[in-house]
Structure formats: structure tokens, C-alpha cells
Ligand binder design. Structure first.
Ligand SMILES: CC(C)(COP(=O)(O)OP(=O)(O)OC[C@H]1O[C@@H](n2cnc3c(N)ncnc32)[C@H](O)[C@@H]1OP(=O)(O)O)[C@@H](O)C(=O)NCCC(=O)NCCS
Length: 190
């Protein structure tokens, strides 16, 4: 059984069960603390009976800077999933789903139009996970991942920008049926 609660700063040295996964990025410590300080309701963890963190989701609320208001790429008020990860031994138990539902509830509570995220186009398991939760491809960000998962012999990789409309988007204006046909450069993503 997992216990779900908000992230606390003393969780930072308990993330390795999740962060050793190659699809899970490890950030500078200050990056996690910034999310904790700004958007605590969008930073949730799942812990096992020994207090190990076996899953977490970290997100933020934002819109594009006002200077881009008239750009076709302008992003209205929304929640963004910066990271969601579940330790390999705890997968397919519904933990990722519960964490994501918690973030979506916080997005609705903050009147967000949608929740979005970026995922590697080769991360088929995560794409299947997001699709199962009602997310769809909004656009393809070309060469978004230049880090090649740490292997310089690999080419850079595209990202799917995926979205799920929240309650506010009654008319589903912020999603696309044909998102895979919409390609953008990373410079169009702010
Ligand atoms: C993606 C991830 C967070 C899913 O977490 P999880 O707790 O295993 O997911 P859940 O058990 O809640 O799965 C919910 C549904 O998603 C789908 N799903 C999840 N994992 C899947 C997989 N490996 N293959 C196909 N579908 C999958 C299924 O429909 C599943 O429902 P089901 O088990 O009843 O069939 C987890 O695999 C992970 O941590 N991956 C590595 C990190 C990562 O890629 N994060 C995303 C980066 S953008």
C-alpha cells in the first residue's frame, strides 16, 4: 500500500528509487525546492510502508509571458507536468494514475484550461500511460531533447507536447485531433 501526500524538503534524499530510471530527469536541488515553494499542491509523492518515495509528480501553473499574447504559440493559463515517475518495482499498480489525478484536481482548483507535458516520442510506455488518462498530442516539438539520454552517439529527439483539457475548457478549444501534424521548433515553446 502506498501513502499519498505532498512533497516535503526532506524527501529530496529519498528520490533515488525513482530517479535512477533513464527517463526520469534529475535536477539541481534548488529546482525541486522552487516547485515546493511555488506550487506545493502540484508536488505530490507516494511513499511505501518504509517511508521510501516510490513515485512523485511535480508540476507548475503558468501562462506564456504577456509579450507573446498575440502569437499563435501563446499558452493560456494551464498546469504543466514537469516530472512524473514511479519506481520500477511499483509500476502498473495505479500509482502514476493517482498522482496525475491529484495534479489535475489542483489544476481544476486553480481554473487551468488544460494540463500539458512533454514526452520523448520513443517513450512508448509513458505515451500509453498519458493516452490512457485522456491526454492527446497537441504538437510535435522538433529536436526538443538534445541530451540523447546521455549518449552522444544518439541523435537528438523530438517531443510530443500532450494535453488534457480541464473542466474550464467546456468546448475543448485547447486540444487538437491532428496534433501530430503540427510541428514546431523548440524556440516556439515558452
Ligand atoms: C509512465 C509511468 C509514470 C506510469 O506509472 P504507473 O504507476 O506504472 O502507471 P499506472 O499503473 O497508473 O497505469 C495507468 C494506465 O496507464 C497505462 N500504462 C501504464 N504503463 C504502461 C505500460 N508500460 N505500457 C502500456 N500502458 C501502460 C495503462 O493503461 C495503465 O492501466 P492498466 O495498468 O489498468 O492497464 C511509469 O511507467 C514511469 O515512471 N516511467 C518512467 C518515467 C517516465 O517515463 N515518466 C514520464 C516522463 S514524460
Amino acid at each position: 500500500m502506498a501513502n499519498f501526500r505532498r512533497f516535503r524538503p526532506d524527501d529530496l534524499n529519498k528520490l533515488s528509487k525513482c530517479n535512477l530510471d533513464p527517463f526520469t530527469e534529475t535536477y539541481e536541488l534548488g529546482f525541486y525546492l522552487q516547485y515546493y515553494a511555488k506550487w506545493p499542491s502540484l508536488f505530490q509523492v507516494a511513499e511505501d510502508q518504509h517511508g521510501n518515495i516510490i513515485g512523485y509528480i511535480m508540476g507548475k501553473l503558468e501562462s506564456s509571458p504577456d509579450v507573446y499574447r498575440f502569437s499563435e504559440h501563446y499558452l493560456p493559463w494551464h498546469a504543466h507536468i514537469t516530472a512524473v515517475t514511479v519506481a520500477p518495482e511499483a509500476r502498473r499498480l495505479g500509482i502514476g494514475r493517482l498522482l496525475t489525478e491529484q495534479l489535475e484536481a489542483a489544476a481544476d482548483a486553480n481554473n487551468a484550461w488544460f494540463v500539458d507535458l512533454f514526452v520523448r516520442t520513443t517513450n512508448h510506455k509513458a505515451i500509453a500511460f498519458y493516452k490512457s488518462m485522456g491526454y492527446s498530442i497537441y504538437r510535435v516539438v522538433k529536436d526538443y531533447y538534445g541530451d540523447n539520454l546521455g549518449d552522444p552517439s544518439l541523435p537528438s529527439e523530438d517531443a510530443y507536447d500532450m494535453r488534457k483539457p480541464m473542466k474550464r475548457d467546456v468546448k475543448r478549444e485547447h486540444i487538437r485531433e491532428d496534433g501530430e501534424k503540427h510541428e514546431v521548433d523548440p524556440s516556439d515553446v515558452w
